[in-house]
Every structure is written in structure tokens, then in C-alpha cells.
Design a protein. Sequence first.
Length: 416
Amino acid sequence: MDSIIEDVRVRKILDSRGNPTVEVDILTWNGFGRAAAPSGASTGSREVVSFPQGGVDQIISEVEDVISSELIGMAAEDISDIDYVLKEIDGTDNMSSIGGNTTVAVSMAAAKAAANSYNLPLYRFLGGNMVNKLPYPLGNMMNGGEHAGPNAPDIQEFLVVPVGASNISEAVFANSAIHKRLKELIQSKDSNFTGGKGDEGGWIPNISNDNALDIQSQACEEVGDELGITIKPSLDLAASEFWDKDENKYVYAQDGISRDSGEQVEYVKDIIDTYGMFYIEDPFDEKDFDGFSELTSAVGDKCIICGDDIFVTNKEILAEGIEKGAANGLIIKPNQIGSLTETYKTVQLAKENNYVPVVSHRSGETTDETIAHLAVALGTPLIKTGAISGERIAKLNELIRIEEELPDPEMADLKF
Ligand SMILES: C=C(OP(=O)(O)O)C(=O)O
Ligand SMILES: [Mg+2]
């Protein structure tokens, strides 16, 4: 068989925050696959554990040989068998023994090696011959919260989606045009602005949440008019990060305002109506299923209410959310769950229940481009992977290449 694994190599590389992460090479009889794992900063508490206690060095000194001796001789295309073996080697429920970042990097490298063994691009190997849809890019424009510093907005990500773009190239350049326009708009509001950027390449303004919302929508309108396409604002509040569990309040430090869950529902509803938000991620703490349900039943017919920290790409937790009507979309981050097999199952469950799956980068990234292929193969209508900077454009530029390869490319069907 062309994809029989002959060697597995693990190395320590840099991520975009300058932290160590794992990169895995898998060599087959007839191919090669390489993948690296990203890391989050605003992580969900129920994500699998990224690394064992000894970090990447422990993986290289203690785990690499165990994994390679188990995997050599297996077929790289048997991805679910490989993921099962990795789970067995780990032996814990949360991947804490060898790390979910290790297992996901092996899982993705195996899939890439299998694709390469049959001379196929990854999106085609995983998605089949009929895939032809490109995801719309959710571009990150301004950063706050855990991805920024003091004086920035509490809302973590001010995003935009060029919903009127007719192809991926038009879409990613529309996002970069908004990014440029926002720099000018921030400069006009914030005399202390130094041009600083957050972890995902969005600007870090020293302005209130409301001011940031205003200039975000202004940029969407102005640039959208200039380019002749509709561009809609979106947010990731990452509200777990400013939920005070002792006070039972969402604490907006930048604005000096605290809101309980009911007030948060009203506040977010108001933002959606005022700014015509297309997509809102993590508007509540990861345990606040009720808040998610209430908001979804109020505005779920006109806005994607997306769960990230609440679901952590885990199908059991998603099933709980579906039962409660919490959210109508979810973030898909393979390293939250540690394998491609589990990632696939979660996406299937989401689709069966009309939840919009959104393949996503992490705030700490590498130039690995795998998620661009996953979004196309899994048919997710959106991909969240920044707008500029090397580790983000690695994915966006790969989507441009994929579009060029597809015989009959189309942009995905959007819910709204
Ligand atoms: C990408 C995100 O951040 P992190 O990787 O820090 O979880 C996010 O919250 O959606
Ligand atoms: Mg998020």
C-alpha cells in the first residue's frame, strides 16, 4: 500500500508568540506529510490538555519513539485507526499524558502523508472529488481581551466577513482593505495609538468597546461601498475571560460596567440590532448555557451565535448545547479535541443539527496551512484565520491556491 508509514519524526518549533510547539513529519512508502499544532490563549477549560507537563521536550525525549514504533507499518490513510492508537498510547480522557497538540499534529501529518502518497491535495483526499466550495474568511481587524494588553477593548475580536465577495481572492483582499482602513480610523480616535497589533494581527486600539464597534461598522460600510460588495461586522467576545464568577457578572473593565447574564443578553441583542452583526462568538461564559439559549432563541434567525469555549470541538458537549438550543454555530479547532477523527464527528453532528461549523486558527499559530484544507474538505461555510501576518496568510493564500485548482469553484452557502 502506498501510504504505509515508514517513519515519524517530531521536532520543537516556534509558534507566532515565540512559544515552543510540535511539528510532526510522517514519511510513507510513497509520500510525506508535515503538520504543526497551534496553541490558544483564551482556552476553554474543557479542551484537551495541549502538552504533557514536561512540554515539547518531554514529547521528543519520551513520546516520539513510542508513537513511531506503534505507527510504523500502519497505513497513513487509516486515520481513525491512527487516532485510536494515539488515544490508547495516551491512556487518559483529556490527552494529558502525551498532549492533544502532539496527537493532533500526528493525526494531521498522517492525513497529509496519505494524501501525498496518492498525489492528492489534502482537501480532495479528505473531502472527495466533488468538493468545490470555498469558506468565507472571518478576518480579525481589532484585538482586545486576552489577545491584547491593558486599555484595549474587553471584546477579544472585532471581525468582518465579506459576505458579498464572489471569490476567495476578492474576499481576502476585502478583509485586508478593511484592516488598512481601520488603522486610519483608529488613528483619528486614539492619539496614543502606536500601530500595535494583537496576537492575531488585529490592531490594538486604546478605545472603548462602543467606539471600536462604531469604527468597525464604519469601515465595513465605507470599504464595502468602495469595493461594491457587502461586508458585515462580527465579534468574538470570548466572554469567559471577563466573567467574574464571584460577582456573577460580565465585567467590562474598559467601560467600567458590569452586567449579569440577563443584562448581557440585552446588551448583545442591542449590538446585533444596532450594527447588523452577522456573527457573534462566545457572548457568554463557557458554563452559561442559559445565556446562549436565550440569545439564540431571540436572534438566532438573523445572526450566527457561535460557541467556542463552551463546546471546545467536543461532540458530547455540542450534543448538550443542541438539546438546550444553545447557539446555532460552533468553532472547530482540531487541537481542542486532539484528533481529526473527533473533529470530523463533531462537524457531522453540527451539520445534522443545522449548527454552522466554523474552522478556526488559534491565537498562537505556525505557518501550517492544514486548516485551509480542512475547511474546504469539511464544507464549513466560514473559516476564522485572521487577515494579515505570516502565520494567518499561510492559510488565506492556501485558499487562493485551492480555488485556482478547483474545476468549478464557488463560495459557500451562507445562512444569512
Ligand atoms: C482563536 C481564539 O483564541 P485562542 O486561540 O486564544 O483560544 C478564539 O478565542 O477564538
Ligand atoms: Mg473564540
